[in-house]
Design a protein around this ligand. Structure first.
Ligand code: NAD
Ligand code: FES
Length: 280
């Protein structure tokens, strides 16, 4: 059993939980994810690791209530338990293998959209801890849905916050900030974009034009998380890849986002039925 040592509501439908999981905390690297299961019959929910504390033996997850299982998960409080926390799963971010002195010479841009800000944070934090200051763009629908701003400010080089409705920071979507930076002549060696698939698609279309290599983190439906069931399959450069074992990070310029979004939509009816059951 894995105890929740902290449970916090960050914004509407967005929750943070710190969980005691010493083995995962010891081994995890930026870019990896874990799978939580609330009880014996619970759905297996994949979530990117948002933070870890190796001394305390805890990992932090941030999730949005998007269906019946995450809704039920949001009811858990400090002191409650998860039956299972499996991880770390997937591959660590590729750049972690790079020579740190070389990374220090590079200009890196992170683009975080909505709840995707959570998985971006440990990557920027890791770089900060190794003396690399990366620029970060964070986009949210509005001020109320903006998360981890203070935490990000502490580890980012330059932080650009933008809201779709202009209620805080700049007005517009993350792509507008990328265009603004490019127009100013800021050059980046590579970009990491994490957020809703539609955001990652449009960021990639733009960075392809700007010739900035771009890594994205894909979060399709997953079941086993070990490459056995095929649920998380994606098309990358025309080839079938499994997000859980081949990713979750991929070269964004090679991902077929339209196919991935279509697959994601096909589970909507099942999710809707599960939500109705929960409300009964
Ligand atoms: P959102 O819809 O509020 O979008 C966040 C930001 O993305 C927006 O503020 C905007 O700046 C940008 N964006 C959205 N559409 C865009 C477009 N067409 N062009 C350019 N920029 C665009 O995000 P949300 O509601 O927090 O997102 C939730 C989704 O994110 C869920 O589907 C969840 O599965 C996904 N998610 C993905 C990951 C991951 O690892 N890839 C992690 C967490 C959440
Ligand atoms: Fe089953 Fe990836 S979740 S193959």
């Amino acid at each position: 059993m894995y105890q929740i040592v902290k449970a916090e509501k960050l914004a509407d439908k967005i929750f943070l939980m710190e969980i005691e999981a010493p083995r995962v905390a010891r081994a995890c690297q930026p870019g990896q994810f874990l799978i939580v299961k609330m009880d014996e019959v619970g759905e297996r929910i994949p979530l990117t690791i948002c933070d870890y504390n190796r001394e305390k033996g805890t990992v932090t997850i941030v999730f949005q209530t998007v269906g019946a299982s995450t809704e039920k998960m949001s009811w858990l409080r400090e002191g409650d338990f998860f039956q299972d926390v499996t991880g770390p799963l997937g591959k660590a971010s590729e750049w972690i293998e790079d020579d740190i002195e070389e990374l220090k010479q590079k200009k890196i841009l992170f683009v975080a959209g909505g709840v995707g800000t959570a998985p971006v944070y440990p990557q920027v934090k890791w770089l900060h801890e190794h003396g690399v200051a990366a620029d970060v763009i964070v986009g949210a629908k509005n001020k109320e849905l903006l998360i981890l701003e203070k935490e990000m400010e502490a580890v980012a080089g330059n932080l650009y916050v933008t809201t779709d409705d202009g209620s805080y920071g700049r007005h517009g979507m993350v792509t507008a900030v990328i265009e603004e930076l490019a127009a100013k002549g800021t050059k980046y060696d590579f970009c990491v974009a994490i957020g809703p698939m539609i955001m990652m698609k449009f960021v990639c279309l733009l960075t392809k034009k700007l010739e900035i290599p771009t890594i994205v983190s894909m979060n399709p439906i997953m079941v086993d998380g070990t490459g056995m069931c095929g649920a998380c399959r994606l098309l990358v450069d025309g080839k079938v890849k499994f997000a859980c074992v081949d990713g979750p990070e991929f070269d964004g310029h090679l991902v077929d986002f339209d196919q991935a979004m279509q697959r994601q939509q096909s589970y909507k009816t099942q999710e809707g039925r599960a939500m109705l059951k929960l409300q009964e």
